[in-house]
Design a protein around this ligand. Structure first.
Ligand code: IYR
Length: 221
């Protein structure tokens, strides 16, 4: 296999003071991000969601297979179907499927099986992970590092939304295969994360939780 042609890297070198200023500003921006479970029903223009998805699509991926598909839903009927199906699964999870240790871990977050945000938020965006692709003859084509690639893409999606000024929640109703049926996606696309996206409710409150210190999340040699 011949390597694809390469082109010069577009790299913008910055002075150290500029790098420090940008490092600090980006950390300050991202450190203000919170997961939000209480949404306003105020509409959000679709072009903002498009830009966030495009940003997610800049993620690196195994063999550049880009094994993700972001499905954006604003249709109220489809959102209702998603809520009903997700709440049915969550009900089972909270009433027996999740072991006591897990329920204890979640207690500080105050979550339960009710998921009104699945209808209130103006957008639901589901990231599907493509377990494999297809070549031009329709034969299976392997994807690589699908979990890692989709995890990074979702991280960029969350950062893009926060930078835009919207809020979201990393929601993983379990199991979430029901999303294939409701959203008409083929079986080789596996629901990865469901993001409600919008403005926060005026009354939105978040748990008083804290981030680990640098010493706790890093080691230096
Ligand atoms: N999927 C459930 C439970 C849940 C699990 C974790 I790990 C969380 O950080 C939060 C919730 C739910 O959405 O309620």
């Amino acid at each position: 296999m011949t390597p694809s042609p390469h082109i010069p890297l577009k790299y913008q070198e910055r002075s150290l003071p500029e790098m420090r200023a940008r490092a600090g500003a980006f950390y300050t921006l991202m450190n203000a991000r919170r997961s939000v479970r209480s949404f306003s029903d105020r509409p959000v223009p679709g072009d903002l969601i498009e830009k966030a998805i495009l940003t997610a699509g800049t993620a690196p991926s195994g063999a550049h297979r880009q094994p993700w598909r972001f499905v954006a839903v604003s249709d109220p009927d489809i959102k209702r179907q998603v809520r009903i199906a997700a709440e049915a699964e969550e009900y089972e999870s909270y009433h027996g499927r999740m072991p006591p240790e897990w329920l204890e871990a979640l207690a500080p977050l105050g979550t339960d099986w009710h998921k009104p945000f699945l209808e209130t938020a103006p957008w639901l965006v589901v990231c599907f992970a493509e377990t494999h692709g297809h070549d031009s003859d329709g034969r299976k084509r392997k994807n690589y590092y699908v979990q890692e690639s989709c995890g990074i893409a979702c991280g960029l999606f969350i950062a893009a939304l926060h930078n835009i000024g919207l809020v979201t929640l990393t929601h993983t109703p379990s199991p979430m295969r029901f999303l294939n049926g409701i959203l008409g996606r083929p079986q080789h696309e596996r629901p990865f994360v469901l993001f409600p996206v919008g403005y926060p409710a005026a009354s939105a409150a978040v748990p008083d939780i804290h981030r680990k210190e640098l010493e706790e999340i890093s080691a230096w040699h």
